[in-house]
Design a protein around this ligand. Structure first.
Ligand SMILES: [Fe+2]
Length: 471
């Protein structure tokens, strides 16, 4: 079955369609390949960039889902080679959810006789990463899905059967060892399991970690020596799950904590720190400084108290929206100090992968600025200078244009942390098309070095990666 044969859900059409399926978020229903001659390049693509920039998105085949986070995964990739854009492709990830458009996720995944979950049931819609010689589409409720460089689906990836539960969409890549560190959370015990994957892609550590309950742990952090878990009050609710929506709600009774564990440690080695109630979808980085483990992330005071519905339209309210935050966890005294570093709202944080886990200077994010004339989240890239009071430089795209997550790609032979490029897809409402923007990370306020214009909308979405040819 192809998606074009799927009947559209009327709830995704017309003036009452929800925020997450309109404008830049509106799904596309066919898979296309656009070759070089139909990709217009403005500026010049640095010839050292050889590989693919890929964004993962939620793209419901029926045109509607209850929540933004649960639509069928669709990858949008563009290949660069020797200063040219060779192709753009968009492809669904072929999962059991894809094979059953609009079906109830719980019904697909849960075997009522054995009360076990099939973790190959996935939207595979959240992130796309390269590790070892594999490219994996990730969604936190299930197994990773392996795809080819041309975005075709290989199938669920279980590290040779070693993985038996969900795997996060936000693993960390150690620049020193080549390891991939990750975790999985579940609605049944063990609620949290820590994973360590060797540079060649073997799952070498699976360690259950005791947390208070079924917390939704979207991300974690890793310093050079520690894994940091965010045990926060967004918890699984069976009643909501049975109703078919996003099964997570806020709890005032759930103790908010961060746990710091030596990277090769176990459950008994985790040191827990009480933190102020909050939620953090995404960390920027973490590092150890003397007795302190320092975590930077984008924090909100709470999420989903009344409802998990998401509508990011309108003027952003910085008090309620994610802002850059610092947690300093003193492993010697057990004390925590925490504070906001910026008044403006940002999300989708990224760093140069070379400084993952280490003291670092620069962070990049989507600027949640609101967008003139539409309900988009933002039209800017923020570059934070953490050595300079988290001051920031801003690249603002033309009025009405919406960028997404921005990925840092190191320049060949670069010596400074910001010697490299920033890549993001940008949506152009006036033509309902998109372009890949390549910025100079060391001069973000300048015009893009290159733009690759695609005669199609690249749907706004979630996370992205640059997958270089030689990985
Ligand atoms: Fe995420």
């Amino acid at each position: 079955m192809t998606s074009t044969e799927v009947e559209l859900d009327p709830r995704g059409q017309g003036p009452d369609a929800p925020w997450h399926v309109i404008e830049s978020r509106a799904p596309v229903f066919d898979e296309v390949t656009v070759l070089s001659e139909d990709l217009e390049v403005v500026g010049s693509i640095p010839p050292e960039l050889n590989g693919r920039y890929i964004r993962n998105t939620a793209n419901p085949q029926t045109g509607w889902t209850e929540h933004w986070f649960i639509g069928d995964g669709m990858l949008h990739g563009i290949e660069l080679a020797n200063g040219k854009a060779t192709w753009y492709r968009n492809r669904y990830v072929r999962t059991p959810q894809y094979a059953h458009p609009g079906a109830d996720r719980l019904e697909l995944a849960l075997d009522m006789e054995t009360f076990t979950f099939d973790h190959s049931v996935s939207a595979a819609n959240t992130h796309i990463i390269g590790h070892g010689d594999r490219i994996l589409a990730l969604e936190e409720g299930s197994f990773p899905y392996e795809v080819t460089p041309e975005l075709d689906t290989v199938g669920p990836h279980t590290f040779g059967g070693a993985l038996t539960g969900p795997f996060t969409a936000h693993p960390k890549f150690c620049p020193d060892t080549g390891e991939m560190l990750g975790f999985g959370y579940a609605q049944v015990e063990p609620f949290l399991t820590y994973y360590r994957v060797s540079p060649d892609g073997s799952l070498v550590q699976s360690t259950p970690i005791t947390v208070t309950g079924p917390t939704m742990m979207h991300d974690f952090a890793a310093s050079r020596n520690h894994a940091i878990f965010m045990d926060l009050p967004a918890i699984f609710d069976m009643e909501l799950a049975m109703n078919g929506g996003m099964p997570i709600r806020w709890s005032d009774d759930y103790p908010p904590r961060f746990g710091v564990m030596p990277r090769e440690g176990g459950d008994g080695d985790v040191q827990w720190f009480d933190v102020e109630p909050s939620y953090c979808f995404h960390t920027l980085n973490a590092f150890d400084e003397g007795d302190e483990t320092v975590v930077y992330g984008f924090r909100v005071p709470e999420i989903w108290r009344e409802s998990a519905a998401m509508d990011m339209s309108g003027e952003p309210d910085p008090a309620g929206q994610p802002r850059l935050y610092e947690w300093r966890l003193d492993r010697a005294s057990g004390k925590v100090s925490e504070r906001y570093l910026d008044d403006a709202s940002g999300e989708f944080p990224r760093i140069a992968e070379a400084v993952q886990g280490h003291p670092f200077r620069y962070g990049y994010s989507l600027g949640v600025t609101g967008v003139e004339g539409s309900s988009g989240m933002g039209g800017a890239v923020y570059k934070y200078d953490l050595a300079n009071g988290a001051s920031k430089e801003v690249h603002r795209f033309p009025a009405g244009h919406e960028n997404g997550e921005t990925v840092f790609v190191p320049a060949e032979g670069g010596t400074n942390e910001d010697d490299g490029y920033l890549m993001t897809y940008v949506w152009k409402p006036e033509t309902d098309t998109s372009y890949l923007a390549i910025l100079d990370a060391s001069n973000v306020t300048a015009d893009p070095i290159a733009e690759v214009h695609i005669p199609r909308r690249v749907v706004a979405g979630f996370h992205s990666s640059w997958i270089p040819d030689a990985r």
